[in-house]
Design a protein around this ligand. Structure first.
Ligand code: F6P
Length: 369
């Protein structure tokens, strides 16, 4: 592909935040400055373009050295983000209170044309990458950068944010072991991850959990009770159980916390259910800890920072090399570009035969099956 000369590009972050977003933004901005390209940041997904009145200081701002100084190690995103506001299905409230979805993608394309911004780097999860692909199909030059703590995106070995989330969850499990042991309790720890069990699995194995319940293996609590009894026989008077928010019982459903128009259903509450049932089944005192959004905060680990910086710089190189409608991805040890269409509308679940599951089984971890 021929190198092209770019003058202006834009960058935005969409969906739930993940540690490493700021590192990507810094890499994008510095890679642009080095090439003489102006880089504009769009606030809160596409809202900076679609609702400029909400941003007195500008919904789209030129980013320079001062904006990205010292942000590599910061959690969150300096641009803000949203998991509402899909420009292709933009929720608009009518006078009678009902909400209708409108396609406002034309306004995005118009904005880029009018301001002579040649391309967009869109950092986001499955939802944002689908939007990116659809905008690319409508003619916008676009590079996607995969992000999610859930690690559930296809075509990339890993997404940044995941390592930070797993490291924090593991540290929490380490802390919970001692209090569970002191009080002879069953400690149930619910972690995020949506419909994939990556965070629960990796933190559960590293954090020496006795049972790990993930969406990919519907559970029977009788199996967990058997595990707890076998521990008791060896003199263990406590247990630590990790439950993914998307875990569900055999013949049961995921636990949904809320359903709202214009966004995905929110999961949560399965930890509470599991704890209650385990307490009834074993007669043992049980406590629940929901790690929730704590997993999304804090500074990115070294691994996540590096992936994020590499993805950001690679996205600018991809644009320069003339690519569009592709996603930057990790194929260890290299960073590559894959067609966006191959990464969207599918989910990377934990394969049941993956060696982390096999390792867990060899270590005696119960998966509820
Ligand atoms: O996709 C990231 C994630 O943190 C999921 O693990 C979780 O289900 C969801 O986002 C929570 O989203 P919200 O920010 O809307 O609470």
């Amino acid at each position: 592909m021929d190198n092209i000369k770019l003058k202006k590009i834009a960058v935005c972050t969409g969906g739930g935040d993940a540690p490493g977003l700021n590192a990507v933004i810094r890499a994008v901005v510095l890679s642009c400055i080095r090439r003489g390209i102006e880089c504009y940041g769009i606030r809160d997904g596409f809202n900076g373009i679609l609702s400029p009145e909400s941003y007195p200081q500008g919904g789209v701002v030129l980013l320079g050295h001062p904006n990205v100084k010292g942000i590599t190690q910061l959690g969150g995103t300096i641009l803000g983000t949203t998991n509402r506001g899909n420009p292709l299905h933009y929720p608009i409230q009518k006078a009678d209170g009902t909400i209708v979805e409108t396609d406002r993608s034309g306004e995005i394309l118009q904005f880029f044309k009018q301001n002579e911004i040649a391309a967009l780097i869109s950092i986001g999860g499955d939802g944002s990458l689908l939007i990116a692909h659809e905008l690319a199909q409508k003619g916008l030059k676009i590079i996607g950068i995969p992000k999610t703590i859930d690690n559930d995106l296809e075509q990339t070995v890993v997404t940044f944010g995941f390592d930070t989330a797993v490291s924090f969850a593991t540290e929490c499990l380490d802390r919970l072991h001692s209090t569970a042991e002191s009080h002879h309790r069953i400690m149930v720890v619910e972690v995020m991850g949506r419909y994939a069990g990556w965070i629960a699995l990796n933190s559960g194995i590293a954090g020496v959990a006795d049972a790990v319940l993930i969406p990919e293996i519907p559970y029977q609590l009788e199996k967990v009770v058997e595990k707890i009894s076998s521990l008791e026989k060896r003199g263990r008077t406590y247990a630590v159980i990790v439950v993914a928010e998307g875990a569900k019982p055999v013949d049961g459903e995921v636990t949904v916390l809320a359903k709202e128009i214009g966004r995905k259903e929110r999961l949560g509450g399965v930890g509470e259910k599991v704890a209650k049932e385990l307490s009834q089944m074993t007669g043992q005192e049980t406590r629940v800890v929901v790690l929730g959004h704590l997993l999304r905060g804090g500074k990115p680990t070294c691994f996540d920072r590096l992936i994020a910086l590499r993805f950001g710089a690679a996205a600018v190189r991809a644009l320069e090399e003339g690519y569009s409608d592709v996603m930057v991805a990790l194929e260890s040890p290299a960073v590559k570009y894959v067609p966006l269409v191959s990464a969207i509308r599918r989910m990377k679940s934990v394969p049941l035969t993956c060696d982390t599951i096999l390792t867990g089984r060899d270590l005696g971890v119960c998966f509820g099956d």
